[in-house]
Write a protein that binds this ligand. Structure first.
Ligand SMILES: [Zn+2]
Length: 374
């Protein structure tokens, strides 16, 4: 997500905050300090409302973080890396690099979040009993009853059985486990997810029209977010299906001309790139391959230096090249490109780099397949 700031790492997982989170944080604090606490505890001082508002909001978002950490840790135990956890407008999201390998793995990963929210709810419940009846500290009881209920609703909301909510993942793991068909299970979970999202939107708008405009619009907004996430999952599924069983060798381009290391960038651009519309070049010194050059390397050098810079000054050396085998699955390479944030990877065949696979090769293939309906 763009517009995020890094907060630090927990268990080695980077935690980031998206700017939209600050809006919700301010709104939650505002509603607690000016409405929720004053209406229930009219005898507190003004600064107490604000102190309690900020503290409660912070603890609320800490609860959301724990929920996401629970997903992340169970995922990591299964050997699936977690890129980061982001707190944003609608709560938190853990960027988990790939899907679980088994239905049970997915079941545990999905269940961990709501279970942790439930555990936190019970913890605050106990704290509420302590504050209310034993210590008789009103502020402690107020804070824990709010946080207990909010964590309980967090657990319940996330158990709604529509993808991409945790409940949708649980549903998918069930269907996947019973039928053994990951694809069908995903289609079902996403379908229900979209239906639930539409219900949220329609219900929210109806609620807004009937006078509860703020709650109504918020509900519709959550529905819109869920619909977006479900559609995105659907596109990912389609991509997977289109690339299933396809090898890199079938889609790569073998047309990377060989150029000498002494070639100037100006010659490269005007003699190779523009007239031949090539985008990648292997740099060979006689028989020996030194590395490769793509438009990406070239763009880093200012134009006025093209005439005086030679290819060997800017090439990516052979030992730095992250290559893939021509036998590799195309889908796996697309995932690697996402993971490493690159748009192309050289392809190795029998110990030699023979071509390049680019993101647009893969996307073009997917589009064509969808267009033809095959
Ligand atoms: Zn969750």
């Amino acid at each position: 997500m763009t517009g995020s700031i890094k907060l630090g790492k927990v268990f080695g997982i980077p935690i980031t905050i998206h700017y939209t989170w600050f809006i919700v944080f301010a709104l939650v604090t505002l509603s607690l300090a000016t409405h929720y606490f004053p209406s229930r505890y009219p005898l507190w001082g003004n600064w107490v409302y604000w102190f309690m508002g900020v503290l409660t909001s912070l603890l609320f978002f800490l609860s959301v973080l724990v929920h996401e950490l629970a997903h992340s840790l169970v995922s990591r135990i299964q050997g699936i890396p977690v890129e980061r956890i982001t707190l944003f407008l609608f709560g938190g999201v853990a960027s988990i690099v790939k899907e679980a390998a088994t239905p049970l793995g997915e079941f545990l990963m999905a269940l961990a979040g709501p279970l942790s929210s439930l555990a936190i709810a019970f913890g605050f419940g106990a704290l509420w009993l302590l504050g209310r009846f034993i210590l008789k500290i009103q502020a402690l009881a107020a804070l824990s009853s709010y946080l207990g209920l909010i964590n309980l609703s967090l657990a319940v909301f996330n158990l709604i059985p529509g993808f991409p909510l945790d409940g949708g993942r649980l549903l998918r793991s069930f269907v996947w486990g019973i039928t053994g068909d990951y694809r069908r299970a995903t289609h079902i979970a996403i379908g229900i997810g979209r239906a639930i999202a539409m219900l949220f939107i329609i219900g929210g708008l109806g609620w807004a029209i009937s006078g509860h405009w703020l709650d109504g619009i918020w509900l519709a907004f959550i529905g819109w977010f869920l619909e977006n996430a479900a559609s995105q999952s659907y596109r990912q599924l389609i991509t997977r299906e289109a690339l299933r069983g396809v090898k890199v060798g079938e889609l790569m381009s073998r047309e990377c001309p060989i150029v000498p290391p002494s070639l100037s960038l100006e010659e490269l651009v005007y003699n190779y790139i523009l007239p031949q519309s090539k985008r990648c070049f292997f740099v060979h010194d006689g028989e020996k391959m030194l590395g490769m050059i793509t438009l990406h390397n070239l763009k880093r050098i200012p134009r006025e230096r093209w005439a005086v810079t030679t290819v060997d000054n800017i090439l990516t050396p052979l030992f730095n090249i992250i290559w893939v085998s021509a036998e590799e699955d195309a889908l796996k390479v697309l995932e690697m490109m996402d993971e490493k944030d690159v748009n192309q990877m050289p392809v190795m065949e029998r110990g030699h780099i023979v071509g390049i696979i680019r993101r647009d090769h893969l996307l073009h293939f997917i589009r064509t397949r969808l267009e033809l309906g095959i």
